[in-house]
Design a protein around this ligand. Sequence first.
Ligand code: CAA
Length: 257
Amino acid sequence: MKYIKTDISNGIGTITIDRPDALNAMNSEVVLELAHAFQSCINNESVGVLILTGTGEKAFVAGADIKSMQKMNPEQALEFGKTGQNMTKVIENSPKPVIAAVNGFALGGGCEIALACHIRVASENAQFAQPEVHLGIIPGWGGTQRLPKLVGQGEAIEMIVSGKMVSAEKALQIGLVNAVVSLDHLMKTVQGIAEAILRNGPESIALSLECIRRSSELTLVEGLDFEVKSFSHLFETAETKEGLTAFVEKRHPKFRV
Ligand code: CAA
């Protein structure tokens, strides 16, 4: 791959968007490569958790590639938008948790990719924005849908219609990120979160993610029904037997080989 690096070690797949000359901005090629890298890690049995970051100390992703969008007609914009949305769905639907290590600017499509991840940790220099209105466009990779769900409609509307930058500190305050750490400690912090996740059962993790995902599509009654059926289903699995038995036997469960 030209723009994406993948490193797999000790159950953690680390995917890095590597286009530093353009602050990791994403044209169609980068988008397709990123979706492909995620799908490969999702299919890889040795990977239990994923980390997404950007190359360099300045940007996570500075957005969709503005230079490539400048030449687009409406049909091409539709295709580009759908390709980006499909990539965010691959991330969001991953049965393995995805942690965004936001190491700098997360703007436009970059903020939207972070929103599709399950957990977000930012470095102190990170800045978030949906600056599309400065360009006479709107967010096209899920910002209008996922941002209000995460931070509430008021904060989301202000970010989207003003396009203003939000500091890492403010992002923490509004719930846009789970934690803020120094840039030097960013990867160590997300690796620590990944290692804690890897101690847990993969099937119960995947089903937890699916229940939570469905909560934004189903009514409360339907969501509770899906949750209790999933809860019950796990009792057919070796993973659940191991987890419950290990507690009773006062030992650590062995969920992964
Ligand atoms: N697309 C294409 N190239 C980009 C880019 C982008 N989104 N962001 C940065 N770059 C390029 C710059 O053009 C520049 O390249 P050249 O040296 O070849 O000119 C290089 O990256 C470095 O950028 P700057 O010189 O501008 O760096 P800076 O430190 O002065 O400013 C910045 C940094 C504030 C992030 C500024 O680059 C910027 O505002 N970038 C655009 C951010 C943006 O608007 N993103 C949203 C895009 S729209 C979108 O994402 C739609 C969607 O929902 C899918």
